[in-house]
Design a protein around this ligand. Structure first.
Ligand code: GLU
Length: 452
């Protein structure tokens, strides 16, 4: 990094990041969000600039990129690119999911890894930040193809991971099936049952209760806290959720359990509007069991349910919007429409699903509370850390106990964001609160550990 960088000016540093990481707009976006509220913090704590904490924070500690060849059911050979980025280990071993999606690039994984550093810090648990993935498309692939791909990937990845080094989990395109195949190959190569090397394992063989539900449930617990701060609750609220993976499905489940009326859901094929309330069993059957498309929902459901091919759900009127699909899925136009239709709360279940401009619309609108994913979707990684804890102690917690701890953790993150925002003259601003609080926890640890 150029020696002229002062380290006290986040704008100069952001330009450096853009110059040094060309073609990675999502990474630039994630860095911009974290740096934005830090100016006064850095002025108050000059020791951070002296130790060049920020310059070190934006540079991953390590990045591994490797080839993953595999053979499909027809005997054809494919070559994928996989990677794992260890972003920051000041608070614990690198921790974060693996994403399988054809659009995955190093820039995607760096943005996710950077987010993960601060998200993990907000949980208060002993986990650093990392992320990985591959440009593999699991859609339409047989279980055997997915297994061969996972085995080939792990044949390189195994040497870089371990319970005290780097602990991968799932993310988009990686769930229990993939974690099972990855763990099996890790176990076979290393000859050890090091359960704490991967999280999101099956509950019958070392996985934590509630891990599957944790991101979605945690999101709704966070929303409940945001509402409580305004003396409101979820009962009778109209909710729209995007995405049809684990995050979205279990957010809907918990929102419905707490009395909300969920009327919209979507996947990459389009959006469902169901004024009678989403039939979650039907969504689960189509998405989790049949691995199908939501296009079938309206046909099978009947009643007033409609399906809008290729659409997002953001034109469906609601009070609470939960983007749970993917990065930059909700832009300024969507945000303006949501505000016009009366949205009063937006909380991110996905990582960075709102564009910068969309966030600005929500933050400028009167009476709209907006929570960034690094705070509101931290429940998934929190329960992953609980899984590590159980694996290390060869212990297992009940569903109820784990769910209770998840609720406590989400409450603590909410409280930390609000308190930190208030202390830094950003009252009610969850973005500033989350980024400042996450930064301070990581930065203090980095300072204490010297220039490494
Ligand atoms: N992929 C999830 C996230 O974005 C969870 C990662 C984990 O459990 O390690 O936070």
């Amino acid at each position: 990094m150029s020696p002229s960088t002062t380290g006290t000016d986040p704008d100069v540093l952001l330009q450096d990041v853009i110059d040094r990481n060309p073609g990675e707009p999502e990474f630039h976006q994630a860095v911009r969000e974290v740096l934005a509220p830090l100016g006064p913090v850095l002025e108050a704590r000059p020791e951070f600039a002296k130790a060049r904490v920020l310059e070190r924070l934006v540079e991953p500690e390590r990045q591994v990129i490797f080839r993953v060849p595999w053979v499909d059911d027809a005997g054809d050979v494919h070559v994928q690119r996989a990677m794992r980025v260890g972003f920051n280990s000041a608070l614990g071993p690198y921790k974060g999911g693996m994403r399988f999606n054809p659009a995955v690039t190093l820039g995607t994984i760096k943005f996710l890894g950077f987010e993960q550093v601060f998200k993990n810090a907000l949980t208060g648990l002993a986990i650093g930040g990392g992320k990985g993935g591959a440009d593999f498309d699991p859609k339409g692939r047989s279980d055997e193809e997915v297994m061969r791909f996972c085995q080939s990937l792990m044949t390189e990845l195994y040497r870089h991971i371990g319970p005290d080094q780097d602990v991968p989990a799932g993310d988009a395109g990686v769930a229990a099936r993939e974690i099972g195949f990855l763990f099996g190959q890790y176990k076979r190569i290393t000859g050890t049952y090091a359960a704490g090397t991967l999280t999101g394992k099956g509950t019958g063989w070392g996985g934590a209760q509630v891990r599957t539900e944790a991101t979605g449930y945690g999101l709704v617990y966070f929303v409940r806290e945001m509402l409580a701060a305004r003396y409101e609750d979820l009962d009778g609220r109209t909710v729209v959720v995007s995405g049809a993976g684990n995050v979205s499905i279990f957010a809907i489940e918990k929102a419905q359990a707490l009395g909300a009326r969920v009327v919209g859901v979507s996947d990459s094929s389009g959006a469902v509007h169901d004024p009678d309330g989403i039939d979650l069993d039907l969504v689960k059957a189509i998405k989790l069991q049949e691995r199908g498309r939501l296009a079938e929902y309206a046909e099978r459901r009947g009643g007033e349910a409609t399906f809008d091919e290729g659409a997002t759900p953001w034109s469906i009127p609601c009070e609470i919007a939960l983007p749970c699909a993917t990065q930059n899925e909700l832009d300024a136009k969507d945000a303006k429409r949501l505000v016009k239709n009366g949205v009063t709360l937006v909380a991110e279940g996905a990582n960075m699903p709102c564009t910068d401009d969309a966030v600005a619309v929500f933050q400028d609108a009167d009476g709209v509370a907006y929570a960034p994913g690094k705070a509101s979707n931290a429940g998934g990684v929190a329960v992953s850390a609980f899984e590590m804890e159980q694996n290390a102690s060869r212990n297992g917690w009940t569903f109820e106990n784990t769910d209770e701890r998840l609720q406590t953790t989400m409450g603590q993150i909410h409280e930390l964001c609000r308190r930190t925002a208030a202390e830094h003259d950003h009252e009610d601003d969850y973005v500033a609160g989350a980024n400042i609080a996450g930064f301070l926890r990581v930065a203090d640890a980095m300072l204490a550990q010297g220039v490494v």
